[in-house]
Ligand binder design. Structure first.
Ligand code: OTU
Length: 664
């Protein structure tokens, strides 16, 4: 058999139609990436027979897909190569939605562009919209095709039209790239069922329980109630298939180089359709190792660094986002480093969970502990901050922070008890804010009332925005002078709930990240408990936070007398202030200042401070500017929202925040 071409020649041989100048550009990019790409892949697969040929074919595949990349996207690549920090700008704002709930279809989503532009959205994460498994498919997270749009949402032409419309509006489309598993009716799974041995090797299949039982000794469980265990017996596979999530989601075997090559090609094909950001779903689970929890393994990072190198060659304007809901200490690794970058963006799930924890505890200690553990990031990267998403709030990412007491490690039992108390607070049965309002949420997969697994609910509902009385209570009358004033109390609680939700949005918008709004939060939409009546969803309370876009609330967005109007107005005021403040760019410095326990005081450089009161009582805070060489100067500050000057001691009302700029 002939020797494989050297990789660069293999890459270039796949792009004969390109003019020499373009080929030269790709040769340059390949040469920049080769060290990492070849080193990571030979580290994973180098001992396998035929590695050199496989690697040359991979290079050719990358060349073919690079050559096929539309000119407009290649131009966008060049712009972003010249401005690699484009997504760190304080004007960046994300929005996350299910296409069917937001617009009914991909074409319908295009009709929502004016709404996105009114908010200043520049990044739209549409939850899975590729063809999912027939039947139950975990909200689209069981993918049956990486190349076809879900027929319920439209066709491939609709995706091309949508990405073009969004690009023209300055909005980058983000798509889930579900690379840990495929649906059990994906062609690879179907082939494996038919006995295709090459496709069977795309999965982890065991003839008996010997190895599954050995793995299970150290594995966690994602759905302990509805899908216990990590392996499912499949009759026509004649064995146990690795299924970290639902039984119909078959984990891919990345020890098989064919899996990596096919998934990298699938991503590049989607990138060539105009998807600009890929949310790498369940990326922590990619590599399995007996005796470990099979999360965050070094090989998983090697895979991601290799994938990043391939993207840097063929589609350098595309961003990779790590969806790794893991402890804070495990998060920075998903950015890689300057020598071997990995993802551009990563969810700061600990910051999100700690914000909700601070509200439940009326104390910002968890937030201070998370921020203390949040390192500076490598160049050209950003955290992603958020208040809610389509998933549960996973409390276990906070075990380290929750185990702290007065800065010392108080041990796992304290962490467990503390997180269980927070989970119970939001479970909808045990919690009550200081004003008497109750969080309306649901426990997630928590069979053990003391195991803080997760919590579900829309932001407004978890913040205690109860159902506003359908009929407004009539005012007191001479006949009924003592009629209770439910309206006044309801209104006070409504205001407090909106302040609590807005507090968390204010944190997400000022913490130093790319903030992503979750559809409905901008209108204070509440839980949708209709899932309880759908047999395929009743066991998964994450559907509580997957409502349809509320047109009625949308129509009220300009009316400050309504919860939707107050939330929308409050958010837009923060967004407007944020856009003009360089101090709030993702990469700007961040320092936690001393404050009362219930207050988080966050300095973003010397000229901006955000103060957040997580309690139901007024909290004083002494303003002081540390001017180099002059120590703390009691200089003036200006409220970013009201323009009001303040200095000395400010009084933070319950659940309120202040954004302050150093007065000149
Ligand atoms: C992710 O899950 C998705 O966000 C979920 O919607 C999917 O069900 C799941 O993958 C399978 O595709 O952290 O890294 O706590 O919220 O497992 C995986 C349950 C994730 C999920 C969690 C999440």
């Amino acid at each position: 058999m002939s020797q494989p071409l050297p990789p660069l020649q293999s890459l270039l041989s796949a792009m004969p139609a390109l003019p020499d100048a373009r080929r030269g550009e790709f040769a340059r990019r390949y040469s920049e990436q080769e060290a990492v790409l070849h080193q990571r892949l030979s580290g994973l697969y180098g001992t396998l027979p035929g590695f050199a040929r496989w690697y040359a074919e991979l290079a050719a595949q990358v060349g073919r897909l690079a050559a096929a990349r539309p000119a407009e996207l290649q131009a966008q690549d060049e712009q972003r190569l010249a401005n690699p920090d484009w997504f760190q700008d304080q004007s960046m704002l994300g929005y996350c939605a299910y296409a069917d709930r937001f617009g009914g279809s991909l074409a319908g989503v295009a009709q929502r562009i004016p709404h996105l532009r009114e908010l200043g959205v520049r990044y739209l994460h549409l939850l899975p919209f590729l063809r999912p498994r027939a039947g139950e498919n975990d909200g689209g997270f069981a993918v049956a095709s990486f190349d076809d749009v879900d027929p319920k949402l439209g066709g491939n032409a609709d995706l091309d039209a949508l990405t073009a419309r969004l690009r023209a509006a300055g909005i980058s489309l983000c798509s889930d790239f579900i690379l840990n598993h495929v649906a059990d009716d994906h062609p690879w799974a179907r082939g494996a069922r038919r006995g295709d041995s090459a496709l069977r090797a795309y999965f982890h299949v065991f003839p008996d329980r010997r190895m599954p039982d050995r793995y299970e000794r150290t594995l966690g469980q994602v759905f302990p109630q509805v899908a216990p265990g990590n392996f499912s017996y499949v009759e026509d596979m004649g064995g146990w298939v690795w299924t970290t999530f639902y039984p119909y989601q078959w984990d891919l075997n990345y020890a098989n180089p064919a899996v990596f090559a096919d998934m990298a090609a699938a991503l590049l094909r989607l990138a060539n359709r105009g998807i600009e950001v890929f949310r790498l779903d369940s990326t922590a689970f990619l590599w399995k190792r007996e005796g470990s929890n099979c999360m965050n393994q070094p090989e998983a990072h090697a895979l991601l660094q290799a994938l990043r190198a391939i993207v840097a060659i063929a589609a350098p304007g595309v961003l990779l986002k790590a969806e790794a809901i893991v402890p804070t200490r495990e998060l920075p690794a998903y950015f890689g480093d300057a020598q071997a970058p990995e993802c551009h963006i990563a969810y700061h799930s600990s910051l999100m969970a700690a914000g909700w924890g601070a509200l439940a505890e009326q104390d910002a200690a968890l937030l201070r502990a998370v921020l203390a553990r949040t390192p500076e990031l490598p160049p050209h990267t950003s955290w992603l901050s958020y208040v809610r998403c389509h998933d549960d709030i996973g409390w276990n990412v906070l075990r380290a922070e929750a185990g702290e007491a007065d800065g010392a490690d108080a041990g796992p039992e304290r962490a467990r008890a503390r997180l269980a108390a927070i989970a119970n607070f939001y479970s909808g049965s045990a919690g009550q804010y200081a004003d008497g309002a109750r969080p309306s949420g649901a426990a997630f997969q928590s069979s053990d009332p003391h195991a803080a697994h997760g919590s579900n609910g829309m932001a407004a509902s978890l913040a205690g925005l109860a159902g506003v009385p359908a009929q407004v209570a009539p005012p007191p009358s001479p006949q009924h002078p003592s009629r209770p004033q439910p309206l006044a109390q309801d209104l006070e609680r409504q205001q407090a709930a909106l302040r609590r939700a807005l507090l968390l949005h204010g944190l997400a918008l000022s913490a130093g990240a790319l903030p992503v709004l979750y559809m409905g939060d901008e209108l204070a939409q509440r839980n949708d408990d209709s899932y309880r009546g759908r047999s395929e969803h009743a066991m998964d309370s994450r559907w509580l936070q997957r409502p349809v876009f509320d047109e009625y609330a949308f129509a009220q967005r300009g009316d400050p007398a309504t919860p939707a109007g107050q939330m929308y107005g409050g958010l837009r005021a923060l967004l407007g202030a944020r856009r003009r403040l360089d101090a709030l760019a993702a990469g700007a410095p961040r320092t936690v200042l001393a404050s009362a326990a219930a207050v988080l005081a966050l300095a973003r450089g010397p000229r901006f401070v955000a103060l957040f009161n997580f309690s139901g009582s007024m909290q004083p805070h002494t303003l002081a500017r540390v001017t180099p060489g002059q120590g703390a100067a009691d200089a003036g500050w200006r409220d970013s929202l009201t323009g009001q000057l303040c200095s000395g001691v400010v009084e933070l009302a319950p659940w309120s925040m202040l954004w302050l700029e150093a007065a000149p």
